[in-house]
Design a protein around this ligand. Structure first.
Ligand code: DCP
Ligand code: MG
Ligand code: MG
Length: 360
């Protein structure tokens, strides 16, 4: 068997580990209260009959209970669900302990959320630079320090490492090697592709695209025509190609998807369709940054006279709000549009704590 980054495939392959804690908040609560073991658990509050879940344990998931689900709905699906209020400061402290462990192996750490990170261990000298052994040791140290299990994916890029960490949850590890990768991933559902959310999955399904293999049949131009810039990435992703670096920048403050249109557009329906595509892409990217609370949403328009306008509000993440904002602002000038942008700003993780608007 070949090892990730073995010379046979060239020395240039990177060694990437993606680690994600198993049912993180719920596992912590189970650890601290043994009566929660073997019962369905949902983490989330309820205020005035409203509230959503941050996550649930795997027993609750068997009933269909999921993160971001309204608590009332979860209770309908699973009347025995035991609700536990989130304790963010506890999860943050544990998260810091976990990230301290990562720092024992590499400086190149990209934090995606409290429970999830990419590690580039290409240069790590521990365990003879064997990425699989490094991942196993990290899992052991996390368990030793916190009593919690994590799952890891080991591969030569972020896309495959992330797919891997999800394959054998909980307490799993999966290694995706370069050998015959196109064939090996062909059976995977497109929903495993980084950035493919519900909306784009439906769009693909309409074209009978369900798996990586289905996507592999399309050339790059087709995919760009279908999905814009994201189509070019998709062309690589479905073949296991992903050049994105593990980047350890500071905490993300906002997320925007700006799209310059290939021609000036005035037709309102057409503009709304384009807005909806940018919105879908924003949701795809938000999916990767779970656990952050949204402070504001915004819509940006640039007209063909190069003036720009941005409107920002505290509101919900529904498309209808974005559309309303957009149409309201567009009506002021009604010039042909050059660029459409949508985005959100986040509360810093240090001040978030209330379940106001978790990302789904
Ligand atoms: N979280 C949240 N709101 C969401 C999703 C997640 O507050 N919509 C929080 C609670 C989760 C934690 O972030 O425990 C990590 O999210 P994950 O998506 O990694 O989910 P879990 O760790 O809970 O489960 P899994 O074992 O599937 O990773
Ligand atoms: Mg997790
Ligand atoms: Mg996670």
């Amino acid at each position: 068997m070949l090892h990730v980054g073995q010379a046979f495939f060239g020395e240039t392959l990177r060694k990437i580990i993606h680690i994600d804690m198993d049912y993180f908040y719920a596992q912590v609560e189970e650890r601290d209260d043994p009566t929660l073991k073997n019962v369905p658990v949902g983490i989330g509050g309820m205020m005035n009959g409203r509230g959503v879940l941050c996550t649930s344990n795997y027993i609750a998931r068997r009933y269909g209970v999921r993160a971001a689900m309204p608590t009332l709905k979860a209770l309908k699906l699973c009347p025995n669900l035991v609700l536990v209020s989130p304790n963010m400061s506890k999860y943050k402290k544990i998260s810091e302990e976990i990230f301290d462990i990562y720092h024992q192996f590499t400086k190149r750490i990209q934090k995606l959320s409290l429970d999830e990170a990419y590690l580039d261990v290409t240069e790590c000298t521990k365990f003879n630079n064997d990425a699989v052994e490094i991942a196993k040791e990290i899992k052991r140290r996390i368990y030793g320090k916190t009593g919690l299990t994590a799952s890891a994916g080991v591969s030569y890029n972020k896309l495959l490492a992330k797919i891997g960490s999800d394959l054998h949850k909980p307490d799993g590890i999966a290694i995706l090697r370069p050998h015959q990768i196109e064939q090996n991933i062909a059976k995977f559902s497109i929903s495993k592709i980084w950035g493919v959310g519900k909306v784009s999955e439906e769009r693909m399904n309409k074209r009978s695209i369900y798996t990586f293999g289905d996507l592999q049949k399309y050339n790059k131009l087709d995919l760009v025509n279908m999905f814009g810039d994201f189509g070019a990435s998709l062309h690589g992703y479905c073949r296991g190609i992903d050049e994105r670096e593990v980047s350890s920048g500071g905490e993300r403050k906002s997320l925007s998807v700006d799209r310059t249109l290939s021609e000036d557009v005035t037709d309102e329906q057409h503009l709304c369709n384009l807005l909806s595509e940018s919105y879908d892409e924003m949701l795809r990217r938000l999916k990767e940054i779970e656990g952050r609370l949204i402070k504001t949403i915004h819509v940006k328009i640039r007209y063909n006279d190069f003036t720009s306008t941005t409107i920002e509000t505290q509101s919900e993440l529904e498309f209808e709000y974005f559309k309303k904002l957009f149409l309201k602002r567009y009506a002021q000038k009604k010039l042909p549009v050059r660029l459409i942008g949508v985005g959100v700003k986040f509360f810093p993780t240090t001040t978030q704590g209330q379940m106001e608007m978790p990302l789904s």
